[in-house]
Design a protein around this ligand. Structure first.
Ligand code: NDP
Length: 486
């Protein structure tokens, strides 16, 4: 039976004020409706923000370790349901079960990391010019914050925002992506099972168009953390600046690998393909450009194309599939349009390039893993974030030339170099415009205890995860204490 899911406001599961719902569809089977979700409006956001505001002082007054204990329990709750949560993630988002399980396990780790993080010092003692004065800083929460997340990592991204927000004493209004609301709801359920007091975490589902502006502009909301497209991110930034709220944006990428002649070719091929094609290329850190030095261009290209032609597409229920469908028909169309534009501008289609037909592919939004050769750095497919299983191969004369091409885009999220040459690795790490730099690694994949974020148009120059999350979710109070009557 088709289930209707509710918003979570002030500790209660409630319907939206609109009395309307929207459908969540399985991208591998467009006839499979995963569930009905509340189509919320501004009014619902207002209620959620008010609940978060009313609970803020009580939550902030707890000690860090007390707040951490809720996160430990939420981690246990999520871990106990890992398989179910991963399966529903795959069903609504399309990624393979292996990836969905990995992401859910990562969510558990994120919760435990921030549960423990609050045991670390949260301020400094500063030497004063006066011998008897005590000067110290303490970190205080912002207040109620809004968390707006995309569909491509519907557990990891909400949790790497919500867990630190709560750990440092903020309360939260969370709006998950409309293409993956069930996973957002599972995140909330885990925290509810962790025993969070009512109002500390609230969730409203519904389109960004009807809820987004209120989420940012609501007077109770003191900070906004967003991951998604640059277009929406920029709009959120403008709203936040105008009202004086703190904001943090993680947005697109156009991530390159540079492949040097002395690389381990097997490694370079495998990690380039996996960076480009896993999750059907729908990662902000996905590899979308391979910049290959002339000497090995032919060999690398042939081997990548061979490997890509072996990749198996399929629904998440097929455990042997390497990649699944794109998340929606709109996303499928967008990727196919980019492929046509690439062909139109003279790039050489070497593999893939089409939507797959025949059963079971007609039921879903599949695009073949696609490789373009002869890609010029000025082509649209070399500049725009495609967000699909499309790899562009470009040649370069030397490392200097490769770096110029790699840096010649508006984004700067992640980048990797394949080499055995320490000097080349160090030069790459120094000169590449990327917030996440890998040597002999995949461009995607991050560890929750390390800072994550991009340069240039990829972010608002803030960092998430690890201890960097503290920078966003707290502000510094500097305290001077002097003895009375001196
Ligand atoms: P969006 O930026 O539209 O969506 C991200 C989140 O913002 C969703 O929760 C969305 O809600 C919400 N949102 C939408 N409109 C508003 C608004 N006016 N105010 C506030 N919040 C809003 O990304 P899409 O999901 O549409 O993806 C489009 C493209 O963005 C992708 O093709 C890709 O290029 C890029 N992207 C990048 C990601 C990354 O990790 N860097 C992740 C996802 C997308 P709703 O779901 O209801 O629309």
């Amino acid at each position: 039976m088709l289930e209707t899911y509710q918003n979570y406001v002030n500790g209660k599961w409630v319907n939206a004020s609109t009395s309307q719902t929207f459908q969540d569809i399985n991208p591998a089977d467009k006839d499979d409706v995963v569930g009905l979700f509340q189509a919320s409006s501004r009014e619902d956001v207002k209620h959620a923000a008010q609940a978060a505001a009313e609970e803020f002082s009580g939550w902030a007054a707890l000690s860090g370790p007390q707040r951490g204990s809720f996160l430990y329990k939420a981690a246990d709750a999520l871990e106990s349901r890992l398989e179910d949560v991963a399966r529903s993630l795959s069903r609504e988002e399309g990624k393979t079960l292996m990836e969905a399980r990995g992401e859910t396990a990562r969510g558990v780790t994120i919760l435990r990391y921030y549960a423990a993080e609050v045991m670390n010092p949260q301020g400094d003692v500063i030497p004063s010019v006066n011998a008897k004065s005590l000067v110290y800083t303490s970190r205080v929460p912002l207040g109620p914050v809004a968390v707006i997340t995309p569909w491509n990592f519907p557990i990891a991204i909400p949790l790497w925002k919500i867990a630190p927000a709560l750990a440092y004493g903020n309360t939260v209004v969370f709006k998950p992506a409309s293409l993956a609301p069930l996973t957002g709801l599972n995140v909330v359920k885990a925290l509810q099972d962790g025993g969070l007091p009512p109002g500390v975490l609230n969730m409203v589902t519904g389109s960004g168009a009807s809820t987004g502006e209120e989420l940012v502009k609501n007077p109770f909301i003191k900070g906004v953390s967003f991951t998604g497209s640059n277009e929406i991110g920029r709009e959120i930034a403008t709203w936040a600046v105008n009202k004086g709220a703190k904001f943090q944006l993680e947005m697109g990428g156009k991530n390159p690998v540079i492949v040097m002649p002395d690389c381990d070719m097997d490694q370079a091929v495998e990690l380039t393909v996996s960076g480009a094609m896993r999750s059907a290329g729908q990662k902000c850190t996905a590899t979308s450009r391979a910049i290959v030095l002339d000497d090995i261009l032919e060999e690398f290209t042939e081997r990548v194309v061979d490997r890509v032609k072996q990749l198996k597409l399929g629904p998440a229920t097929d455990e042997s599939a390497y990649l699944g469908p794109l998340v929606s028909q709109e996303q499928q169309q967008r990727v196919l349009t980019y492929i046509e534009r690439g062909k139109g501008q003279g790039a050489l289609l070497l593999a893939g390039g089409k939507a797959l037909t025949g059963a079971p592919f007609d039921q879903g939004f599949y695009v073949e893993p696609t490789v373009f050769g002869n890609v010029n750095e000025d082509m649209i497919i070399s500049q725009d974030e495609i967000f699909g299983p499309v790899l562009c191969i470009t040649s370069a004369a030397n490392l200097d030339h490769a770096l110029k091409i790699a840096n010649g885009v508006r984004y700067g999220l992640s980048a990797s170099l394949f080499t055995r040459d320490l000097n080349a690795a160090m030069e790459f790490a120094r000169r590449i415009d990327a917030g996440l730099v890998r040597i002999n690694g995949e461009t995607s994949g991050v560890e929750p205890q390390a800072p994550f974020g991009g340069m240039k148009a990829s972010s608002s120059h803030s960092r998430e995860q690890g201890q960097s999350a503290k920078e966003f979710y707290t502000e510094i109070k500097t305290v001077y204490i002097d003895p009375a009557g001196r």
